[in-house]
Design a protein around this ligand. Structure first.
Ligand code: UFG
Length: 320
């Protein structure tokens, strides 16, 4: 199937493009390259370098694709706190334009990249899809607004859709990994520290968690990519809705840093900092709904293996 992949030059989008190609699909990438990279798009895949709000570009692409996978968004929590208006304009505004195009041209299947950031601060247990959504940062707010928009729009348009709530994407493929500028994510920053390129600042040790640092559910980007293929297949069966994509296991920041030290064999320069605004203490996925609906579960849940794949990529990127 021909699949329009918005944000396909980015980290998770690029991993999906590779999985889609391997599964025999024909991905077409629409990306404005504001955070993506042209060379993240595999050779032979069509890359349309444009903003998705350019209807003259978007509409013909929609008309010739059988599904849309919508990754394109701004996704950095601290940036969203600094500039929420831009986050809502880009994320929600862009999505509304996309849905307008879908209304006129189809296609009738859509997979939307949502986020664990929609949950906010919860209790000590994994989040289930039906749990209350109370985002504690504007980024999560934009994703929740997009989910809610989709929930209203999809039935009206006869659109079958999934909102996939990613937990913390991590790890790399041999030829594709995380490349943000500036980088804000824990695993690549810790690997840069292992390479001697920086000191890692640990944001807060006074959370209500066993070691006082934040807990996240790190899920391999290749697993996320495969979940999207399963979601597209499930749409064909008439399924849809909201699903968590995680491993169901949480790791604290300290545990991640220990994994980085084990995998790299290097000790990390770590500085202690205050809490970072907008960070929930604990985000871990309940994974049974994704398993039941998609027949998918993370095949690469081991933290050391996730870090090892990211380490290979970091050395390739930075040398060392
Ligand atoms: N952290 C540090 N030091 C750093 C960077 C991060 O201590 O230099 C900590 C953070 O405080 C947080 C944890 O590491 O506790 C993970 O932080 P990341 O920045 O790697 O990821 P976030 O959890 O903030 O956000 C990511 C994505 C979001 C997504 C979210 C879902 O950026 O898009 O995961 O859980 F919504």
């Amino acid at each position: 199937m021909k699949i329009l992949v918005t944000g396909g030059a980015g980290y998770i989008g690029g991993a999906f493009v590779r999985a889609a190609l391997a599964a025999g699909h024909e991905p077409v990438v629409l990306d404005n390259l504001s955070t993506g990279h042209e060379d993240a798009v595999p050779t032979g895949v069509e890359l349309v370098r444009a903003d998705l709000r350019e209807r003259a570009v978007l509409d013909p692409l929609l008309a010739r694709c059988g599904a849309v996978v919508h990754f394109a968004a701004l996704s950095i929590v601290p940036d969203s706190i600094a500039d929420p208006v831009t986050y809502y304009r880009e994320n929600l505004g862009g999505f509304l334009v996309l849905l307008d195009g879908v209304r006129e041209h189809g296609p009738a299947r859509l997979v939307f990249s949502s986020s664990a950031a929609v949950y906010g601060d919860g209790g000590g247990r994994p989040f289930r899809e039906e749990d209350p959504t109370r985002p504690v940062n504007p980024y999560g707010g934009t994703k929740l607004a997009m989910e809610q928009t989709l929930a209203h729009v999809a039935p009206a348009l006869g659109l079958r859709a999934f909102s996939l709530r990613y937990f913390n994407a991590a790890g790399a493929l041999p030829d594709h990994g995380e490349r943000h500028d500036p980088e804000t994510h824990l695993v690549p920053l810790a690997l840069e520290a292992a390479l001697g390129r920086r000191t890692l600042t640990l944001f807060g040790e006074d959370y209500d968690t066993p070691d006082g640092t934040c807990i996240r559910d790190y899920v391999h980007v290749a697993d996320l990519a495969e979940a999207h293929l399963a979601a597209l297949a499930a749409l064909e069966r008439g399924e849809g809705g909201v699903l968590n994509l995680g491993t169901g296991r949480g790791h604290s920041v300290r545990e991640v840093l220990a994994a980085v030290e084990r995998v790299t064999g290097r000790s990390l320069p770590v500085a202690r900092g205050p809490r970072r605004e907008g960070d929930p203490a604990r985000l871990v996925a309940a994974v049974d709904r994704a398993e039941a609906v998609l027949g998918w579960r993370a095949a690469r849940p081991d933290l050391d293996a996730i870090v090892a794949s990211a380490w290979e990529w970091a050395r390739r990127l930075h040398g060392g």
